[in-house]
Structure formats: C-alpha cells, structure tokens
Design a protein around this ligand. Structure first.
Ligand code: TDO
Length: 176
C-alpha cells in the first residue's frame, strides 16, 4: 500500500498495489504491519457498508466521542463518492480545516480518517456502495456530528444535495 500524507494532520490517502496475473489482480486493502511501518497503530473491530441509491446523497458529518472515538478506513467499492473530512481536534495544527477526496471503484483509493475527525461523503452517481473498517464499536450514545453546511468550516460539496437523513440536517452548529 502507498501512503500519501494529506493536508490534515494524521490523515492519509492510500493507494493499493495490484499484483496482476492472467486471472486479474490481487491487492491488499489493509495490512496492520504496513500501517505499523508508517507509525500508525490501529486495531479495527467492525466493518460497515452503506448503499446509497441516488446520486447526490449526502451522509455526514459524523464522529463518535471519546472514549468511543474511532479511526476509519474508507473505500468505495461501487460507483464513486467525494469523501470529506474535517479536523475537529482543538489541539491539532489543522483544527477546523477540511479536505475532499474522490474515492471510486476504479481508483480504489482508501482514506484513513483519524479519530476526532468529522467524516462525510456525497455520492457522485446512483447505486453507490461504501465500505469502511472502524476501530471502535458502534455506540449510539457517543454519536455526534457537525452540519455539512456549517459556516465554521465552509465545506464545498460537489453536487446539489438530493437525499439526506433528518439526523444529518439537524446537527447543531459547531461551537469551538
Ligand atoms: C454506524 C452504524 C449505524 N447503525 C444503524 C443506526 C441506524 O438505524 C442505521 C443507519 O445509521 P446512520 O444513519 O448513522 O448511517 P450513516 O449515516 O451511513 O452513518 C455513517 O456515516 C458515515 C459518514 C460515517 O462516517 C460512519 O461512521 C457512520 O456514522 O444503522 C448500526 O446499527 N451500526 C453502526 O455501526
């Protein structure tokens, strides 16, 4: 796996390395030893998948609060998304900064979202599936989020929003 630093502290964009042969190719999508070589120690405990039917669907911006904070390793296995993360760690040098990444079934890129970040994505086409490993179990009482359109961040989404949950429309404005 090839690790690329992002503009945000501790977040990485990963490219997989294909081993091709007559049948097709093989690739790793996660390897604890390769992560450790980069100084990243994470134990993933749950894998999630979400399917979004309509182009323009937005999910986010989500995080779980400590002590249930979670790192996420996200990839898009059907279709394409713009994945956006925002650094919500007050002690970080990139606090309140955001960055966008295109993840798709064709580019196979993966995004490592560190604990303490808000995470969301918008689908760029119909019938999109996103899968991600997380380092902590789902804990509804620790769920929190920030608004996708919070002026505190000024996130620019690629498309008009078509579908979104009521929960995501109603996150409070960020205070910090
Ligand atoms: C995240 C999660 C949800 N659920 C349930 C709760 C609810 O009934 C249903 C849908 O949940 P949500 O509306 O929160 O799903 P969704 O909006 O897709 O939530 C996800 O969004 C992306 C952006 C993330 O970063 C993820 O960590 C996660 O928060 O699934 C679980 O049972 N386990 C889980 O781990």
């Amino acid at each position: 796996m090839i690790f690329h630093k992002t503009t945000l502290q501790d977040a990485y964009l990963l490219e997989v390395e294909k081993r091709g042969d007559d049948r097709g190719f093989f690739t790793r999508t996660f390897c604890a030893a390769e992560f450790r070589e980069q100084g990243i120690e994470i134990s993933f405990v749950q894998q999630n998948s979400s399917f979004s039917a309509e182009k323009g669907t937005l999910r986010g911006m989500h995080k779980q609060n400590a002590p249930h904070a979670e790192d996420k390793l996200v990839r898009c296995i059907k279709g394409s998304i713009v994945d956006i993360i925002v650094d919500l760690r007050p002690e970080s040098s990139t606090f309140k900064k955001w960055e966008a990444f295109e993840l798709s079934e064709t580019n196979r890129k993966e995004l490592l979202v560190p604990r303490g970040f808000g995470h969301g994505f918008q689908t760029l086409e119909d019938n999109v599936e996103v899968t991600y490993l997380v380092s902590n179990y789902y804990t509804p009482e620790a769920e929190s989020g920030v608004r996708h359109d919070d002026p505190a961040f000024g996130i620019e989404w690629p498309l008009p929003i078509t579908v979104m949950s009521d929960k995501d429309r109603n996150w409070p404005l960020f205070e910090g």
